[in-house]
Design a protein around this ligand. Sequence first.
Ligand SMILES: Cc1cc2nc3c(=O)[nH]c(=O)nc-3n(C[C@H](O)[C@H](O)[C@H](O)COP(=O)(O)OP(=O)(O)OC[C@H]3O[C@@H](n4cnc5c(N)ncnc54)[C@H](O)[C@@H]3O)c2cc1C
Length: 500
Amino acid sequence: MTASGPNRRKAVVVGAGPVGCLAAMSLAKMGWSVDIYEGRPDMRLPSSKAAAQQRSINLAISARGLAAIQAIDPGAADRFLSTVIPMHGRMIHDAQGRLQSQPYDRDGQCINSIGRAFLNEDLLKEALAVPGIRAFFQHKVASIDFDRRIMKLQDVEAARDVDVSFDFCVGADGSYSIVRRQLMRVVRMDYQQWYIPHDYLELKMPAGPPQEPGGDPSFLLDPNHLHIWPRHTFMLIALPNKDGTFTCTLFAPTADFDRLDSDEAIVRWFSEHFPDALPLIGEQALLEDFHRNPRSALMSIKARPYHYKDRAVLLGDAAHAMVPFYGQGLNCGLEDVRVLDVLLREAQVDATSQVPEGEEDGRLASALARYSETRHEDLVAICDLAMDNYVEMRHAVTTVAYRFRKALDNVLYSFNRKSVAAQDVFPALAKTTFVNAPSGWLPLYTMVSFRPDISYSTLRRRFQRQTEILELAGWLSVGAAVGTVGITCVTLLRRLYSRP
Ligand SMILES: Cc1cc2nc3c(=O)[nH]c(=O)nc-3n(C[C@H](O)[C@H](O)[C@H](O)COP(=O)(O)OP(=O)(O)OC[C@H]3O[C@@H](n4cnc5c(N)ncnc54)[C@H](O)[C@@H]3O)c2cc1C
């Protein structure tokens, strides 16, 4: 329900990324008056769109992100689903250009490819349609005095500094968060940030010609897969876009990128490692993208706690940037909003009556403390799983051991008759943080991507137990095999020596 009236307390959200927009919607629906401050220009302006179109970056949204949007605004979630491209599995491209499809789920559940700019713009529009939300673009937060509840901003267009007062501040300002840095001055925050020795670069694969005259452009690869060219120490991936193109991302060690220092070296390297992708991207387009698009670093951030008293909290990448190999960074950030929404409602935080000057809102403070306490283990778990998945995507998927384990995983999963479709748990997740301790055998990918009712820490513990069982089974099989060979040898030797 949307509250109105002069007594609404003021929340400021720093960052109009997807997490900031959803957080603003959540708070406004609880009765807060919400102002969003975004350092960049308004993404709805034609000039911003033109800039965004130069690089068609997309990402995979799965059940956790959708459950969060659904919890805050069910209508918005339905609208998103009509704009995505479902991806039902990985398509592995080997060095000879052979293809192998690996479905994500036995029941056909999928992850979804969506344009990043499109998702962000849509969430912004949804947010601005909620009464009580305003957005200020080109307003860059410079510093925050949490004790006085005053934020200093730079109004870039007017070239002046502005002071803004607030009751509650949400830091959704991404990996290089100023809110986090300012919080560290007043909170004893443990903080860890590290870069992996790999960079990424985005490349575009064009659409193919229409299948029939006047028809839509076609896709040059199967659009319902996430394509991967795993090459052990580096990899290329491709996600489909609605216009028939694919966004390809090359992940490689910085030293490998450094060696690609001429057009000839780039084309040679691509034709050696990605022989089927090169003609689809096109040599000219490949070189243009290589020279034009930035090469970016990848980092992982862990922090604790995420809040300060009753006045600030960090959400999304500001709290837990992670490497992108589980496709969970944004999903997890949106889930932060849902979890906080549930905790604020459970604590019955009242956004419509002012707290007397100098006093603290005890309910808000305890809800935020609970958020920090309960969310930390989940965020560490997914940051670590994302890191592990990099090795799986670029290397393990090509190995016999991986395929054997996957096959065994699926056999054991087939004994688990209980199928839970992600959207069946969505309604419950609007009211409670997580629902189930899972029962039966569940593959890790299924739990991460299709079971938003299971927290990241719970699913990691379950995965570790399942791994121990598989390892034990492996050792028992080896033991049984060695035993069988041993008995056979002894029997043969006995026969040999018992012969006259
Ligand atoms: C290559 C790559 C692929 C990825 N793929 C996936 C995927 O498939 N699935 C997935 O779930 N996640 C993916 N991610 C992760 C995902 O992109 C992020 O987790 C997500 O964008 C975080 O959203 P956010 O709103 O927290 O932060 P951001 O999207 O970074 O938004 C932060 C906003 O804050 C603004 N801001 C910053 N500083 C200030 C300031 N001082 N004042 C005012 N405003 C400020 C910024 O301008 C920005 O608009 C990927 C990441 C990478 C790098």
